[in-house]
Structures are given as C-alpha cells and as structure tokens.
Design a binder for this molecule. Structure first.
Ligand SMILES: Cc1ncc(COP(=O)(O)O)c(C=O)c1O
Length: 456
C-alpha cells in the first residue's frame, strides 16, 4: 500500500445522480401529517412552502435522481471534495486503525450545507420564486443558502437564533455580504416571534422558534416567498449523498473499504449524505459497514428521545412527522454545537435506526472539544464544533481497535470547518465550557405535549 494522503477525484467524477435511500428501503418513508388536521399532507399543502420539484423529490421512491447541469456547474466550485487519510492523527493516537475523513469544510462557506442549498435555490428559481425564507442556528446553513440564492438571483430572509446572532456576528456579515437580510429570532416581525417576546423579552431563541418564524413568513406571503430547510427532509438528505458517492470512489482509490462510517447528527443530513451510499452497498453487495450517528449528550434525540409523531417546529405550524424527538418545545441548552440543537431528527434516519440499519451514540461537550483539538494539532484543521462530535467517536473507535489489536478502517465526515467558531474554542480553552446532560425529567415534561396521533 502506498503512503498517499489525499485521494482526489477530477471534475468529470462529480456525481451525476443523487441517491435516494427510499428506493431501496421503502419503510424509511413515513407519513407526514398536516399540523392542524393530523391528516396526511397533500402536495397542495406543501406547495405553500416548497416548489413542486422539491415536493416530488420528497415523496419519490426512484433510487437515483439526476443532478441538473446548472447545479453540477456550481458544485464544481468546490466538488469533488478531498478524501484524506489522517496519517498524522493516526500516529498521534498510536492506533492500529486507518482513519479517513471526507473534507466538506472546503466548500466556499465552510460546510456541507451548500450541497442542498444550491439545488434548493435552483428549483425555486426555475419555478419563478423571487424570495425565500429560512432559519439558521450556528449560521452555516444561512450562509450556504445566502450564497446559493445570490447565485440564482433569489432574495433571502434569514431568521437567525438570537444567541448565535449575538455570538457570531461574522456569520451574519457573511450572509449580508451575499445580499441576505438577517434577523435575530425571536423577532417582532411575526405573530409567533411577538408571542415569544411577550412571554420573555430576553428569549435567546431556538431553532424550533426560528423555523416557526421563517415558515410563518412564507405561509403568509400569498405564494411570493417559499421556505428552505437545511436538514431533516428526504430531499435534503438525498442532495447530500454526493458526499457518500464521492467517498465510495475515493475509498476505492485508497484500496480500502470502511468498517465504520461516522457522522454527527443535528437533523441528520451530513450523516445521511455520507452513510446512505454505504448502506446501499450493505443492502445490495453484502458489505457490513457499521453506520454510526453521533449526537451531543445535551440534545440526545436518537439515544434518549421517543419514537413518535411530533411537530417539526415550536409553533406547531410545520408538518408533523414520525421521528425520535425530545418534544417540539424542548429548549436546547446553550451548547456550542449550534447546528446540533434540534429537538427531532430526519424521519428516514429514525426509521433506519429503529430497524437496526444504523447505530447511534451520544458524546459530552468537553471531550468533544478535546477531540477537536487533538485533530487540529495533528491535521492542521480546526473543525466545526458539530463535526468534532464525529471526531470524538472516530477517536473512540480507533482506540477500541487498538485495544483489540484490530486494523479497523474508519471513515468520518468532516462536515465543516470551525473558522467562524473561535468564540466556542475560546470558551473551551479558557476553561469556561461545562458538560451538560439533558435531564431525563425535562425530556419527560416536554414529551407530555406531543400531538395525540395514533402510531402507524
Ligand atoms: C458544520 C455542521 N455540521 C453538522 C450540522 C448538523 O446538521 P445535519 O445533521 O443536517 O448535518 C450543521 C448544522 O448547522 C453544521 O453546520
């Protein structure tokens, strides 16, 4: 075996199709219900929020969906992304494992989010939509959609969780540089925002609240504005499969095949994106790669949530879906991985987890930052705090392999760089960060407010 470190593909290797897991595991498609009537949603209901091309992708069971040429042209600005063998990291860990990572932090705005932002802006544009609304937590998704909307000449309003708006002014400025309007959520621009501010004028906001505001603005715009979501939905996870499709080819170049594929999970899109093409090989080619989703102990939806129907947002305006949830009014603790502070999880990931196709683990904040810095000091890259969760678990797997004397091939998704997250690193380095485990009782209280829908 050579001592090669970077495994690169050429532009002509850029995937031509997205992979749809629902084509191979139809049971991963679960009902989506109208939040008022609890009846299955109709395309008409969904079309208030989304363009028809994305609604059709959402319900499609085609195994592969062609990536439009216009989207591929923009993907070429940063794709294919490199697969890197973390040789220095392996040495630092003194492990028998081989560790590879897919570097999604090299996209123009620094994460995997443009993989879906670009097609979402594209489909809105070709269906004549002039403006979009969205929410953002840490700011990675808002920046990605701001860039994509700018490329396609679509206006964008971003409802940014207030605590991040205050903590991350540079993310806001990046969105504004692309021409987006950014508001600190809760705002007084929406009924829901005003209702939250009336209860608590100093509310720090949450992803659930910001989603409600962005959905409300689109729903009341009389069709002028549509809404874009950066995770959770089937079409979003499908757009992200460019990561796994490229990684399959690159592992081939490396002459190895992963025993375990690891990704952090907020709504599930970067994990689904890297894992689903490997799951296809498990299903179709008899491979036995373990697929491991990593969440924070502070927002443990897969590992401590209930698998049931719940609203996608706090105001109960977004559709009800079947997912592992901590309850739609769950107020996430102020941990530093803003992108992982969502009460639920992509329904397809939940169904696959429930059926045993994938595994999940929850890790604490402090050892996650410790893992991030071990990685930084070996590989020279400062990871996004979200991605650091995958690194924590990659280290645990590498040390476990060493303890058992095994050569284990580990692949993890570096979903973003942490260049805008210095405030989090400063808190960690100055000893201000604490571990936080969401208390069982708080989850139980939140779960009492679930919609009363019969499980199917
Ligand atoms: C760098 C990064 N990784 C991961 C996530 C989590 O999202 P998802 O689970 O959809 O990949 C986010 C969300 O903002 C993010 O910014």
């Amino acid at each position: 075996m050579s001592d090669q470190t970077r495994f690169l593909l050429s532009e002509s290797d850029l995937p031509k199709f997205w992979y749809n897991i629902l084509g191979d595991v139809p049971s991963a498609q679960t009902p989506v219900l109208n939040p008022q009537t609890f009846e299955p949603v109709t395309p008409d209901f969904m079309s208030v929020l989304f363009p028809m091309s994305l609604i059709l992708q959402e319900i499609s069971t085609e195994r592969f969906i062609e990536i439009p040429q216009e989207v591929r042209e923009i993907y070429k600005l940063y794709r294919p992304t490199p697969l890197i063998r973390a040789r220095r990291f392996e040495k630092a860990l003194d492990t028998t494992a081989h560790i590879y990572y897919k570097h999604e932090g090299l996209s123009p705005v620094g994460s995997h989010k443009p993989n879906t932002a670009i097609p979402q802006a594209f489909y809105n544009k070709i269906e004549g939509v002039k403006a979009m609304t969205t929410e953002t937590g840490a700011g990675q998704w808002g920046s990605a959609l701001a860039m994509a909307c700018n490329f396609f000449g679509v206006d964008l309003e971003v409802y940014m969780v207030k605590v991040s708006y205050q903590q991350k002014p540079y993310r806001r400025i990046l969105m504004e540089a692309f021409g987006a309007q950014v508001f600190a959520s809760p705002t007084n621009l929406t009924d829901f925002g005003r209702s939250i501010l009336a209860m608590d004028p100093n509310s720090p906001g949450s992803l659930g609240i910001a989603i409600s505001e962005a959905v409300e603005v689109a729903a009341k715009s009389g069709g002028k504005k549509k809404y874009g979501l950066g995770s959770v939905l089937n079409h979003v996870l499908m757009h992200q499969t460019v990561i796994g499709e490229e990684a399959l080819k690159q592992m081939d170049l490396a002459g190895e095949y992963p025993d375990v594929v690891i990704g952090c999970v907020g709504g599930g899109s970067n994990f689904g994106g890297i894992a689903y093409p490997f799951l296809r090989n498990n299903l179709k080619e008899g491979k036995r790669t373990r697929l491991l989703a990593v969440e924070p102990k502070a927002t443990p939806s897969l590992t401590k949530g209930l698998y049931t129907f719940d609203y996608g947002d706090s105001a109960k305006m977004a559709p009800i879906v079947k997912m592992y949830t901590l309850g739609h009014d769950f107020v996430p603790p102020p941990i530093h991985a803003g992108g992982l502070r969502y009460h639920g999880m992509a329904p397809s990931i939940c169904a696959l987890y429930d059926a045993g196709y994938i595994e999940a683990v929850a890790v604490p904040q402090l050892s996650t930052f410790d893992a991030a810095l071990q990685f930084t000091r070996a590989e020279g890259i400062i990871p996004a705090p979200e991605s650091a969760h995958a690194i924590r678990t990659a280290i645990d797997e590498a040390l476990d392999a060493k303890a058992k004397g095994e050569k284990r091939v580990i692949l993890f998704n570096l979903s973003g760089n942490g260049n805008f997250d210095m405030e989090s690193y400063q808190s960690y380095l100055s000893g201000k960060l604490e571990d936080y485990e969401y208390p069982k009782e708080a989850i139980e209280t939140s779960l009492k407010k679930l919609p009363q829908v019969e499980l199917v």
